[in-house]
Design a protein around this ligand. Sequence first.
Ligand code: ACM
Ligand code: ZN
Length: 768
Amino acid sequence: MKKIFLIYCLLFSYAIANAQSSTSESTRLDLIPYPQQLQIGDGQFVFNEHTQIVFDQNNAALKNTALYLQHFLQEATHLPFTFSPKIAPETNFIYLGVAKQIGGNYPDKEHLASETYQLIIKKNSISITGNSIAGVFYGFQTIRQLLPTAIENKGLVKSLNAWTLPCLNIFDYPKFTWRGLNLDCCRHFMDKAFILHYLDVLAYYKMNKFHWHLTEDQAWRIEIKKYPKLTSVGAYRKEKEGNIYGGFYSQEDIKEVVAYAQKLNIEVIPEIELPGHSMAAIAAYPMLSCTKEQLAVATTWGVFKDIYCAGNDSTFYFLQDVLTEVFALFPSKYIHIGGDEAPKYRWENCNACKLRMQKEQLKDAHELQSYFIKRIEKFANANGKQIIGWDEILEGGLAPNATVQSWRGVEGAINAANSHHNAIVSPTSHCYFDYSLKSIDLAKVYSFNPIPAGILAENEKYILGGECNMWTEKAPQSLVDAKVFPRMLALSEVLWTSPVQRDFNAFNDKVIAHYPRLTALGVNYGLDKQAISFDIIPNENLAGFQVKLIPAQVDLKILYTTDQSLPKIGNPNAQHYQQPITISKSGILKAAIVQKDTNQLEVFSRQFDIHLAVAKPSTLKFAPSDNYAALGAKSINDGLVGSIDFHDGQWLGFQQNNFETVIDLGKNQNISGINAHFLQSMPSWIFYPEEVAYYYSKNGIDYFLIKVIKNEFPQNYSETVMQNFNLGGQKLQARYLKVIAKKVDKCPEWHEAAGSEAWLFVDEISVY
Ligand code: ACM
Ligand code: ZN
């Protein structure tokens, strides 16, 4: 029996070794992620009532996979798919096998990964051979995608006339071993059925890590038997409207999720946040914080200064107890311990924490954070676990065996890899699926390179892969699918398929072909790019603009207004967009997609300000932050004013420096006023400037102060607001104007992020 299998495998290996990679347009199959090597043959395999599943039935793991596959095929096709230990004459069959190091002709020996598989479809046989069970599992996922979409209908469709598969050879393996999704189940609770649904879809796209964000300021979601108040208190919060919101996963729920994931080749990595993002735990057990005051579970979003006290050993005993229960529930060798966004204000003002710094000879609170993480790492390692932390764990000294998850750009990954630490790459620029499609659309995700420039070639191996992060402040369960899909498909291909096999246009076509599949999988996917894009071109005389509105899909209709009213059905002032709009005076253009019966429209707007300085040369003394750079100095006087959404790509954000610009009007002009436009969003650490100083010059060398305007707006105002620091009533003649806005240095004492660098946000300096 064994011998027959061996010969069979060898034959297939031979066929594959001779297969050419063939990926021309005409032969492209709608596979996501696309296989590393694919050759399409002639003819088809057709399922029939005699099709058997052939495998070594002494292999229990293989039997489980065979049962999974059989159940799937039976349900959809209503055909029997009986098991057989050997190939019977006259029947067609699906062979499943495990063979170490199949293929043998990898372009890169690093990737002799366990997830490798070989799928060979001939007219009378299908063979899936995996390096391990995971490979067999992925071979079957490929088959699912090759079959008609009806395969996903779970018996709802009676039967198709023919279930066919194209003859082909596939030899496939992942580029990265870490292909994950991080789902925040704290800001909003996701029920167990939803988690299981996510695991199904992850597996379908060959993703293999589910990073489960379980504790936060706003909720503690995992039952810990020794500390019942973590969930009885910490899992619930009182919303502004007075209602109680919450939920948690019992240990039984967790075991069910983990077992379900294991069948789908998915590792579940729990995240237990420390030392920050821990308000829910502190609300349950106030002795865990520096002040020991009774606090409520957080009800707003952001970063909070009340974190675990690093001075009291009891904090560590508590965390060790918690982790002991967590380790018992999750077989993963990893535990994610967060480590991000922990303001140091409380520690700097806590006697116990100060004493700890003295005793341990730590020079500042960053080193205290490093002490905290290292102490937790020691405990984790002693229990056979490895820690993962967000890139802040690099500050103050990295724990010896830690894996770094890089999120504030890719520097964390570069530093980790170059110091021989493993890294997971998930920067806000490409992998934050809570961000709107304005900043991260499908194409942007697809352009993600998990290996950032700056990593020495010999250290690339420390990049395990990447993850998308789905934070849920603004996304209850019902909205999560529309944020994650279709963007996750792009990440799936980036993390699996080698760059030489990737092409965005071909991928885009495949995504369109996958929409019915996503629907069949129960996914309420969203758009692949923002619903309306603006193409704005200044008129030649700079006295206005031509604005083109581009819908995400050609068949979507757009309504717009220019009178501040809402562009919705029933508003007589709303017009159907047909051709580019001419904007010749200052005002707001609002546009929305028309959907059949609903007036719940997302409104896209642009505020135009037609002034003397539009598109004149301008310079910045200090560069803005990379994350809020807009188009640099150009954005300061492009005639477009930033909106209340400070992620809108118009705003310039400064965290390290003041804002200073010079605008050259080209010649001396009569000037009656200057408006500098700022945004404040206290919970996001953004404050109006302390003061704005205006200067003018005729020669660009000698500048004269016109006026300093001081901020009078309260810093503790909790809403996001915008304000003009308006300098009116002038009678000046000048060619050059200089504007200096002095930023607030640090978040003030009363602020949740007290002591952290504050932000200054500016857009549009308008000159009249
Ligand atoms: C994070 O987004 N704070 C990791
Ligand atoms: Zn303390």
